[in-house]
Design a protein around this ligand. Sequence first.
Ligand code: NAD
Length: 271
Amino acid sequence: MEDKISNDIDLAVSQIKNCSRIVAFSGSGISAESGIPTFRDPGGLWDQLDPWEVGTVPGLLSALESKSDQLKPIFLNILDTFEKSEPNQAHIALSELEKVGKLIGIITQNIDNLHQDAGNTRVVEMHGNLFRMKCLSCGSEETYERQSFISKTRETMNQIPAFNIDNLLKLAARCSKCGELTRPDVVMFGEAVHQLRESYQLAQSADLMLVLGTSGVVYPAADLPGQAKARGAVVIEINPAENAFASMTDVYIPLKAGEALKEIMNRYGMT
Ligand code: NAD
């Protein structure tokens, strides 16, 4: 490891030792080492699909009409990826930091539930959760266990003769309270993010923010490190490819999140 990186890891460890209200702000990069590709990195979902085509509700509905054959294998592949994924060293380190009373919460843009699987209890999910279904009529929410949700969804998709809207609607899960249609509780482009007030409050109450694996281009989430910094928090960013929040970062570690946090925990004496 280069001297500069090693020195910056030491600096991060001493900042973490000095702080008691750490908040992590995570993006898809934190789950890359769990096997879930990010959207924008090479090989990511945006290499296969146009975000503006499938990332909005009208776009997705129209793509389901015009290119359903192309979408089905992509969706099945996404299910396989999420089925195999498990928390990595980065998720585990955040859970350890919560257990010792250092980390007060996580604000995530991810929908993969891996922070909760690692054991974190206060996770603000700005972009929702793939394993939670929300009723389009009464708004009731139901959260499912990862494996059973994936098996059931895969079974449903494989049963459908043609992967189009009519067939999907016939087989879509129904609300257990009112019997109406449900949809995955994930935020698409153009939709309001979840728990915005709680995200801002958490960011503003941090004395240290760990910014992990985010390109900082998706708003309003990308505003949060600035909110923490404006209230005096130390900002530590970990991202192997870019220092997306360079103007406010106190310590930048150009490593993968799992690799860097494992080393930080080792040097902290927590492993
Ligand atoms: P992004 O795809 O825009 O950026 C990913 C960032 O992670 C990049 O800056 C990249 O350099 C960095 N990165 C890649 N590998 C890394 C690693 N091992 N450790 C640390 N950093 C790494 O992702 P974003 O900023 O989160 O925003 C895009 C949207 O993608 C979010 O809204 C999120 O909801 C969604 N998304 C979520 C998942 C998931 O739930 N796991 C996966 C893909 C996309």
